[in-house]
Write a protein that binds this ligand. Structure first.
Ligand code: FMN
Length: 189
């Protein structure tokens, strides 16, 4: 079983990455295959609403990294999307991943349906819940299954390195990892 984490922050080694890797470490210890994908900082266009993915299942008219990312997402048993909080919402890279692969998956027999899916957000002060909800709405409308943790999946963090100092935030991410492993084993045996 495999979990794919997608980092929506352009800051490599930043707070979102720290959170994602805390989850992946627990998943790896629990026997899952893990992959980390850096989305933040890549050139990106949103969905052009051209309808090509409806005519050619799972193929986007834009032949870029999001088109290449879609098969990885489709193949994974669990998806973990992380974003920094930007003006109370998610990063444009994560939004583009959601809009484009979401439409691709829906035209590809709802290929994301029943995947285990979780979100996390790094937030300095406020807006993290809204960012989380934006991602979680994407999961819900695509039939994915969201495990919980011991708190909402946020770290209170501003500068690089702050997330690691937020003990409860890190504990929340480790508990999320444990619940992802538990749920995947229940689903797939
Ligand atoms: C463009 C921009 C907008 C931001 N907006 C918010 C915000 O609305 N609320 C907040 O608490 N922090 C905000 N922040 C701070 C980041 O969410 C915070 O520094 C976070 O830890 C960054 O995560 P990263 O290290 O993974 O990039 C903003 C930062 C940037 C660059």
């Amino acid at each position: 079983m495999k979990i794919l984490a997608i980092n929506g922050s352009p800051r490599k080694g930043g707070n979102t990455e720290t959170m994602l890797r805390a989850v992946l470490d627990v998943c790896a210890a629990g026997g899952l295959e893990t992959e980390f994908f850096q989305a933040g900082g890549r050139e990106v266009n949103g969905c052009k609403a051209c309808g090509m993915c409806r005519k050619q299942k799972g193929e986007c008219s834009q032949k870029d990294w999001i088109n290449d990312l879609y098969p990885k997402m489709k193949a994974a048993d669990a998806l973990l999307l992380g974003t920094p909080t930007y003006f109370f919402d998610l990063s444009p890279e994560i939004k583009a991943v959601m809009d484009r692969t979401g439409y691709m998956s829906r035209s590809d027999d709802f290929s994301f349906k029943r995947k285990v899916a979780a979100a996390c957000a790094a937030v300095r002060r406020a807006g993290g819940i809204h960012a989380l909800d934006s991602i979680q709405h994407f999961f819900l409308i695509n039939g994915m299954i969201i495990p919980g943790s011991s708190y909402l999946n946020m770290s209170l963090a501003r500068d690089i390195g702050d997330a690691a100092k937020d003990a409860e935030g890190m504990e929340t991410m480790r508990n999320l990892g444990e619940n992802i492993v538990w749920l995947l084993k229940k689903i797939h045996g």
